[in-house]
Design a protein around this ligand. Structure first.
Ligand code: FAD
Length: 523
């Protein structure tokens, strides 16, 4: 399998043939227009400039100045990244890509970067959707991207406490492969699982597939080891601790700006043996939201609890319904879960939900939704090649503010789509639900103009981000801040906290080389 330099995943898995025809037909229905097909440019034709720096001899074996390698590390995997790659628009490319083989190499690379004011960009799978790994700095200084994927081993398993010490550069599937012989699993499955790393999940506070309880990777961390230019910070393995502010909380979500996570002890669980799932149809969206809230507040803790609105249900679960579809699933390694599902279905019926006569181990709407969920990034890229804007944005808010936020954000998206593209749609699903609120996740489909798609998307994104900010939502529930969310993040976080973060950056990274411009202003 060959990794795509410009888009998601493997070249061999790209959407083509009958799948592409069907996808374009669906896209025409959502965003009327006549899509035109475009081929990605050949990397050799991009005129990537020569690297502006050479590594010292002691680090040369770790570093690549190959233009194709550098181009493949220049952008993340958001729509605007893919669109810019397709247009051959790569003004900021790292000068070198370094691949450390051991933690000592990470220390040496950071020492070298700190000595020369060279930007050091920690890089896991490169699946950032917020400009988190892009060497885009105001002062245009040279940059080394530190690709951690050679640090990919499970180093130790503690079956008694059910935890493992794991290197940060391991990609999702390789991590699970190494845990499987122990009968254990991390069970953290973001949609990007196949092409993202443990270190990336920790550095961005990623959201996994669990819709309740352990929603974020934060909940699965026991301790972390982080290389900073000021030294190595390692927290103690503890199930819980009240000893002051948590050191792990400083580095979780630090997005490569405070240090490079090299390994972590992660909490594991046994693989689930009991499962039950069902989907519930609603004729009315407000009733579907009320039912979802009832389930979220019931203490039943479903592993999956995703409410799809009517448009989302049609596009991704193949279900035509007026209100929405709630996809529910329970799992356990210890006990049967059918009773939990039945109680959740009862709550749904109380709110007018149409439940299946007999919950089964498989459910067509859930299964269709799951397979299209995994195929979505490939489809997004195929549509981008046909000048269609397909992108997502997400937030979370409390239940009492959800109706207002949902209405305002949907209106802002529709207005912006009309302004920049003429027509299109916005859909909504909940990715995670908490007793006190949901995490709504929106998808935009709109016809783009080849060459103008990035500016068109940026217009939509700015409008919806303003609406989210004005209605009390967070600028991101699990996609991180990066460079692209900074304007809204700077307004969202309390001033004194911003000052503390800036001071922490100065203490840990005195030369200001780590991922400049992410989280706090570049020094
Ligand atoms: C199709 C698609 C689906 C996605 N689905 C989800 C989802 O379901 N849930 C979710 O949370 N996110 C999702 N994302 C976003 C992205 O996958 C996450 O942010 C993920 O955690 C990034 O991991 P990565 O290894 O690719 O990190 P990268 O993209 O390489 O890096 C992300 C950030 O972390 C920093 N970083 C990376 N590794 C380290 C390290 N070892 N130490 C310090 N800093 C580091 C980088 O500097 C950067 O700031 C999705 C993205 C795409 C494109």
């Amino acid at each position: 399998m060959a990794r795509s330099w410009w888009g998601w995943g493997n070249v061999e898995d790209a959407v083509r043939g009958a799948e592409l025809d069907a996808l374009l037909a669906r896209a025409r229905a959502l965003a009327p227009g006549e899509p035109t097909g475009h081929e990605p440019p050949d990397v050799a034709s991009l005129g990537i400039p020569a690297a502006r720096l050479s590594p010292p001899p002691s680090l040369a074996a770790l570093c690549s100045a190959d233009p194709a390698d550098r181009a493949a590390h220049a952008h993340g995997k958001a729509f605007r990244d893919v669109a810019r790659n397709l247009l051959g628009d790569l003004p900021h490319v790292p000068d070198l890509v370094a691949r450390p083989r051991a933690e000592r190499d990470v220390v040496d690379l950071l020492d070298w970067c700190s000595g020369g004011r060279v930007a050091a960009i920690p890089y896991g799978g490169g699946s950032s959707v917020v400009g988190g790994i892009e060497p885009r700095f105001e002062d245009g200084r040279p940059a080394v991207t530190i690709d951690l994927t050679r640090l990919d081993r499970v180093l130790e398993v503690d079956p008694v406490s059910r935890a493992a010490r794991i290197q940060a550069g391991v990609l999702g599937p390789h991590l699970e492969d190494q845990l499987r012989p122990h009968g254990l699993t991390l069970r953290h499955f973001p949609q990007s699982f196949e092409f993202s790393t443990l270190g990336g999940w920790l550095a961005t506070r990623a959201g996994g597939h669990f819709a309740t309880l352990a929603t974020h990777i934060d909940d699965l961390v026991e301790s972390m080891r982080v290389v900073t230019p000021s030294g190595v910070a390692e927290s103690r393995r503890l199930p819980g601790s009240g000893a002051g502010p948590s050191p792990d909380r400083l580095f979780l979500g630090s997005e490569g700006a405070l240090g490079i996570i090299t390994e972590a002890w992660m909490r594991l669980r046994e693989r689930p043996r009991w499962r039950a799932k069902a989907s519930v149809r609603f004729a009315d969206y407000a009733a579907a939201v009320a039912a979802t809230r009832a389930v979220a507040q019931s203490g039943l803790h479903p592993a999956n609890c995703r409410l799809l609105d009517a448009a989302e249900a049609l596009v991704n679960a193949g279900v035509a319904v007026d209100g929405g579809v709630l996809v529910l699933a329970f799992e356990s390694a210890d006990h049967p879960v059918r009773a939990s599902l039945e109680r959740a279905l009862e709550l749904c019926r109380d709110h007018g939900g149409e439940t299946p006569d007999e919950p089964a181990d498989s459910d067509t709407a859930s299964d269709t939704w799951r397979s299209s969920f995994l195929r979505m990034p490939y489809q997004r890229d195929a549509l981008a090649r046909h000048a269609l804007i397909v992108e997502t944005f997400e937030t979370s808010c409390t239940w009492d503010g959800f109706d207002r936020l949902h209405r305002a954000v949907t209106e802002a998206a529709r207005d912006a789509i009309r302004d920049v593209a003429g027509n299109g749609v916005v859909t909504c699903r909940f990715t995670h639900v908490y007793p006190d609120g949901p995490a709504p996740y929106f998808t935009v489909y709109a016809p783009g103009r080849w060459g103008a798609m990035v500016a068109q998307w940026d217009g939509i994104k700015t409008a919806v981000s303003e609406a989210i900010a004005a209605h009390g939502g967070t600028i991101t529930h699990h996609h991180a801040v990066g460079r692209d969310h900074r304007p809204w993040y700077d307004r969202q976080r309390p001033g004194p906290f911003g000052a503390a973060l800036t001071a922490a950056k100065a203490a840990l990274d005195p030369a200001g080389v780590l991922n400049p411009g992410v989280l706090v202003p570049a020094p």
